[in-house]
Design a protein around this ligand. Sequence first.
Ligand SMILES: C[S@@+](CC[C@H](N)C(=O)[O-])C[C@H]1O[C@@H](n2cnc3c(N)ncnc32)[C@H](O)[C@@H]1O
Length: 200
Amino acid sequence: MRVEKQIHKFDKQANMYDRKREKRELGEHRRHLLSSAFGKVLELGVGAGSNLPYYRSDIELTAVDFSPAMLEKVKLANDTKYGLKMEYIQGDVESLLLNEHDFDTVVSTLSLCSYRDPMKVLHNISRWCKPGGRILLLEHGISSNGAIAFAQKTLDPLAYRFVGCHQNRDIMRLIADSPLNIQKAEHHMSGMMHLIWCTP
Ligand SMILES: C[S@@+](CC[C@H](N)C(=O)[O-])C[C@H]1O[C@@H](n2cnc3c(N)ncnc32)[C@H](O)[C@@H]1O
């Protein structure tokens, strides 16, 4: 899918992600993972800011997304409700140029499914994180249950076409093949949802 088309697809979902933030979807997983975020934090594919309720108030957050409508939502939510020290970058995380080893923590939640080249993003994450920093991922992918995995593979073309997210990526394999070092991982929802703590 062309990048402009993908951006348009996510722009159209910005209101829905705004509501999801307030419904605290996957709240316990987000809270558990993000309690490890510290210092200067880079969040990729921030969407409408589903993670804002779970960050410590003393972090400095740089939020990246290529969808202007998502960025409008996250900015409004932070200005009116969450009050974090935040910067916003509208850009594509696959081609974005940021300083190397600049962030104490890099976060990506429910976004590896939508990156066109997820391995490229994992390499970028590794370069942008400081040595000794933390990489925190909450990502969904192909289930460890055969019947669910079959349904995911069948539905994948439709899901990608309508919401811009792949359902069948093997998240743990992708990360194992990337430069990231897995420190801890938890698997939930029939092996579809992964919480992963890594170092660069
Ligand atoms: C499925 S939403 C997840 C939003 C949020 N992280 C969450 O946990 O609810 C994926 C987000 O990643 C953004 N995104 C996808 N590919 C991107 C890319 N290549 N560069 C920047 N943002 C991207 C989309 O615009 C969207 O806001």
